[in-house]
Design a protein. Structure first.
Length: 311
């Protein structure tokens, strides 16, 4: 299936950005699976009832001391399945098929490179080092460092191998099924997943996962997941603000990003699926919350304003 850029594409971008892409399309894959840090419902399940209270103050202190402090938590060791059928993974940029949806691939590559460049510059200004996250393109199914993955998960970030995973079919779904068309809606998705990479590099992701392991209820586990997802939305907004400063943001772009954030809110997804809207089961946040945190990042451009854990 071809995935041309939307006819009303307005965001200014440049071609030739494929160096960070690992193209696994056409390689087949393995079935089932899950992702982590996905757009709307994916995630590695964390057992509930494993100990004491949430100790959320630990996160607050950690955020104050470690945000952009170059921590290394969260990632952990991968499963060793960083490829297909036990084969080694294709190196990013080594073989990207631009005859297969080349416009979309180059657009995704541009957003990936631009978001990574923003965070590399931000870390450098605080004397820290940032390693860019590569992006894996796949079709249907693949294997990540977090286990087997399916396109049904939606785009996701795996902290074990520190890669973003995207099936381009999701962007068609985002438009037709979720009612969120536009090039900047797609850019928001990539920037959100890079936000999860920032959380892993700084150690925030690892700290939150530890608290989830200690949580006394599934509701508390879900609440921590929501806070982490909303923070990634805020970090995506910071990237959007940097695009504005570069002069590449066009009329309607932010509305497209907000439309995408709203479309993948837990309440909207539950309502669309015909099930009861139950905040206790949310893992990503409501449409209103996701839009609000994306907008906060965009309006402030300040990572310190993305402290969802004290809100």
């Amino acid at each position: 299936m071809q995935h041309p850029l939307p006819h009303d594409a307005r965001m200014r971008w440049q071609r030739g950005h494929t160096g960070g892409i690992e193209d696994r399309r056409g390689q087949g894959g393995l079935g089932g699976g899950f992702g982590m840090g996905g757009m709307g419902g994916g995630g590695i399940p964390i057992p509930a009832g494993l100990g004491g209270g949430g100790a959320i103050i630990v996160v607050l202190i950690f955020l104050a001391l470690q945000f952009f402090g170059g921590g290394g938590g969260g990632g952990g060791l991968g499963s060793g399945l960083d490829g297909l059928g036990g084969q080694g993974a294709v190196q990013p940029g080594a073989s990207v098929d631009l005859t297969n949806n080349g416009d979309m691939v180059e657009f995704v590559g541009y957003v990936l490179d631009d978001a990574n460049a923003l965070w590399a510059d931000t870390f450098q200004r605080t004397g820290q080092q940032y390693t860019p996250a590569p992006l894996v393109l796949f079709e249907g199914q693949t294997v990540s460092g977090c286990g087997q993955a399916s396109s049904q998960t939606g785009p996701f970030y795996c902290p074990a191998d520190r890669k973003v995973y995207v099936d381009l079919d999701f962007f068609t779904e985002l438009d037709r099924r979720f009612g969120a068309p536009g090039d900047f809606a797609q850019a928001y998705v990539i920037a959100h997943e890079i936000g999860h990479h920032v959380q892993t590099v700084t150690g925030i992701e690892g700290e939150v996962r530890q608290l989830q392991q200690q949580a006394g209820s599934q509701e508390e586990v879900n609440g921590l997941s929501v806070k982490m997802e909303l923070q990634a939305d805020c970090l995506a907004g910071i990237w959007a603000q940097s695009v504005y400063e570069q002069g590449d943001l066009q009329a309607g772009d932010i509305e497209e990003g907000l439309g995408a954030a709203s479309a993948v809110g837990d309440d909207r997804i539950q309502a669309g699926a015909g099930v009861d809207v139950n905040p206790e089961t949310w893992t990503h946040g409501s449409s209103e919350q996701r839009m609000a945190w994306f907008q906060r990042g965009y309006q402030s451009g300040d990572p310190a304003r993305c402290d969802t854990f004290s809100s």
